[in-house]
Design a protein around this ligand. Structure first.
Ligand code: FPP
Ligand code: MG
Length: 366
């Protein structure tokens, strides 16, 4: 590296003048073709003036109504719970996860209907050894409105104090959404999936801020600071509950399975971050903030699962092996904590579009 820079600099010195220290564009003013070439090169790497390919612009309509639509799914009989649950949606977040779902849904709409035929499996108990052919049609109530409840509303409403406050009892007839769906080819269920994805993510942020003792999020005091740890945790749980209701209403058991797995993955990833078994291999104790705590011995009443990340000791392996194990651990943790929700919601979007298994597996990350 050193030799390379010495050679390079001597080459520069030989062919240079004092102009070397000027900005590139001024150095080559003498040559008329160079500024033109430079402008052409700059245009290649600079954002285009046209926003035709700007991801946010492509689904801007859907993104604009995202928070509003989520607000319809929230709302309880308790005014403070309403405040905490909607708190993070009031501030401008990046909304990367719903953006991915919406863009992918738009792209999938271009696939001809002839290639969007999920095959029905005519049995309930699918043998895992068999080739997977897609959600049985019996489990996918295509064409049903995701806003309609499956159980009677009187069951869902339960003893909620006010039927008016309970969004589960409100029909949502929204012409703006219907127009948007038609324009971009995004199905109402895919739009709902984008909202569910953001609700799950936001629930995890409310919990994460308690775990990380955060003091701010999205330019404002974080939920734990603005309300309290207890309320932030409960609001996250409430968001998960409401996201699950909406998920059930998609009437697609494969999507429910995928998204529920993503929720479990979030917790697994966060737990891997909390208790690093590569560097803290003793499974009988928890090391945190320089304190060591012994944890209760398993009683043996439930079978103990062996974790693939239970490295018994770091002393017996080489430094390289240790680094490799730590990096593998990091990648797995990051997949579970961040990538899983993105990939499983993307896959769900393809399933809701009715794409056949080839498209679901080849076009969408699993
Ligand atoms: C942000 O990480 C946190 C996450 C992406 C996921 C956190 C997951 C949990 C707390 C598990 C609970 C899950 C649910 C569904 C309730 P970060 O701390 O690295 O990023 P930050 O700087 O944005 O806080
Ligand atoms: Mg955090």
């Amino acid at each position: 590296m050193l030799r390379f820079s010495r050679t390079a600099s001597s080459r520069i010195v030989k062919s240079s003048s004092s102009k070397l220290w000027l900005p590139v564009s001024q150095r080559f003013q003498a040559s008329s073709s160079f500024p033109a070439a430079l402008t052409a090169a700059e245009n290649l790497v600079q954002p285009q003036k046209s926003n035709q390919f700007d991801p946010f612009t492509m689904v801007s309509g859907e993104m604009r109504v995202l928070a509003k639509n989520i607000a319809v799914l929230l709302g309880s009989g308790h005014p403070t719970l309403n405040r905490v649950a909607s708190y993070y949606f009031e501030a401008e977040g990046k909304n990367v996860r719903p953006l991915i779902v919406l863009l992918l849904s738009k792209a999938l709409s271009k696939i001809p209907e002839t290639e969007r035929t999920r095959i029905a499996i005519d049995k309930y108990d699918v043998n895992t050894q068999e080739e997977f052919k897609g959600t049985p049609k019996a489990f996918s109530f295509a064409g049903q409105n995701p806003l309609d409840s499956i159980s009677p509303l009187r069951v869902l409403n339960g003893i909620n104090p006010s039927i008016i406050l309970n969004p589960l009892s409100k029909p949502m007839i929204d012409l703006e959404n219907a127009e948007l769906d038609k324009k971009n080819g995004i199905l109402p269920k895919q739009r709902r999936l984008a909202e569910i994805t953001e609700m799950i993510h936001t629930a995890s942020l409310l919990h994460d801020d308690v775990i990380d003792l955060s003091d701010s999020r999205r330019g404002r005091p974080s939920g734990n600071i603005a309300f309290s740890n207890k309320m932030a945790v409960l609001a996250g749980d409430f968001l998960l509950g409401r996201a699950s209701v909406s998920l059930g209403r998609l009437r697609n058991s494969e999507v429910v399975e995928l998204m529920s797995t993503a929720i479990a993955n979030l917790v697994e990833g966060e737990f891997m971050q909390l208790k690093n078994t590569v560097f803290q291999p003793n499974l009988n104790q928890i090391e945190n903030d320089n304190t060591v705590k012994q944890i209760p011995e398993p009683t043996g009443k439930v079978p103990a699962k062996v974790s693939e990340y239970s490295v018994p000791t770091t002393n017996l392996i080489t430094h390289e092996e240790n680094v490799h194990a730590a990096f593998e651990y990091y990648l797995h943790k990051t997949y579970l904590k961040t990538a899983s929700l993105m990939s499983k919601s993307s896959r769900s979007s393809a399933i809701l579009a009715g794409c056949n298994e080839d498209i679901v597996s080849q076009q969408v990350l699993i």
